[in-house]
Write a new protein. Structure first.
Length: 371
């Protein structure tokens, strides 16, 4: 094993809430109200959709009904896709209504080209009926029984010039690139850290398995939102506790949630959550997890050894993100002059430096520390 190279779970795709668009000659992140599953390949500045993205959209029978607004991309909520507006239906009825005056060609049974065009357009379904479904829940599972191996969250400061991380900490200690090399220093958190200068923010990476085509390959969900990091961390620890440690066998679902705050001026902000898979109760999910764990054990699958291998791989390097990925991460989550993607809670943006120094909820840590 190459020393200094962090060995991370194999990534076969991405899960995002939003995308990067070009506006006024600049590439800026744009918020969205749904998940998008992509490959790791870009075309014309945009990530290519993964085949699972369309498969899951077609498999959905409902969406989140929490009063969320449609995205700016022209998509409509599923409630809007059920039927066309009354004005549209009335116009269609008018279009197909026969005229009271019949021409000579009509009397002879010969339709005009114009009438054929009207009849053809009249039978087409309304545009809303064929709109793309919103992807707001994804059936998933995690790779490891240890919650901290599935979700790694740290305060991170990137150098926007080189797109390299220069300081990564957890609120107690940090690894920082200095003139003397890589040093371990105390980490006061981004709210009161003079070195971060308000550019340091929480950054989390969650590895999730979708489907069964690659049981050890995963999709990466990245976030800089306190809401997503705090919620996902709590869910993973709770599911690990109630299942007796069989977290990797729990049938879960990545769910998009929305909320409004006074700091966001009552506008909806979106964050990710993990819940028990739809159609199952918590007790049923726990029983299913224990059954799957027994089947794996009988087949020779060694989950503790997998967790140990992952733990050693993460400890083998200093920083997780590869140099070729850092540029996209900075562009999406650490832009110099734009808001980050949708799951970022804009609370700190409206606070004074004195209020920021007091931290959120009495602490600067985005997630509870494990003993």
């Amino acid at each position: 094993m190459i020393k200094g190279l962090m060995i991370t779970p194999p990534v076969i795709g991405r899960i995002a809430i939003g995308k990067v668009v070009e506006r006024n000659g600049k590439r800026l992140p744009e918020k969205d109200d749904e998940f998008t599953i992509t490959t790791q390949v870009q075309s014309r500045g945009q990530w290519i959709l993964h085949p699972l993205d369309e498969t899951l959209r077609q498999a959905q029978h409902g969406g989140i009904k929490e009063g969320l607004q449609p995205s700016s991309g022209g998509d409509v909520l599923e409630d809007d896709a059920v039927s066309a507006p009354a004005s549209v239906q009335a116009s269609q009825q008018v279009a197909v209504r026969p005229s009271s005056k019949r021409s000579l060609k009509d009397k002879m049974g010969v339709a005009t080209d114009a009438k054929q065009a009207v009849d053809t357009n009249a039978v087409k379904p309304p545009a809303a009926a064929t709109a793309r479904r919103k992807l707001r829940s994804i059936p998933v599972r995690v790779l490891f029984d240890d919650p901290d191996l599935n979700l790694r969250a740290h305060y991170t400061l990137f150098d926007r010039t080189t797109a390299r991380p220069i300081c990564v900490g957890d609120g107690e200690s940090c690894k920082r690139v200095t003139g003397q090399g890589l040093e371990s220093l105390p980490c006061p958190g981004p709210d009161i850290c003079s070195f971060g200068n308000q550019a340091c923010k929480p950054y989390g990476r969650l590895n999730l398995v979708i489907g069964d085509s690659d049981e050890l390959g995963c999709f990466m969900f990245r976030t800089t939102g306190f809401n997503s990091i705090r919620t996902l961390t709590a869910r993973l620890q709770y599911f690990a506790a109630v299942s007796g440690g069989y977290l990797a066998c729990m049938p879960l679902e990545l769910k998009l949630r929305g909320k409004s705050t006074t700091q966001s001026h009552r506008a909806a902000i979106y964050y990710a959550d993990l819940v028990v898979r739809s159609g199952m109760s918590l007790n049923e999910a726990i029983a299913h997890a224990k059954e799957v764990a027994g089947q794996r054990l009988a087949a020779g699958f060694d989950q503790p050894a997998l967790d140990t291998a992952a733990r050693l791989g993460f400890a083998n390097g200093s920083f997780e993100d590869a140099p070729d990925e850092a540029a996209e991460i900075v562009e999406e989550f650490h832009p110099a002059d734009a808001a980050p993607l949708a799951d970022e809670d804009p609370v700190s943006a409206g606070l004074t430096p004195a209020a920021q120094a007091r931290g959120r909820d009495g602490t600067h840590s985005p997630y509870p520390q494990r003993p």
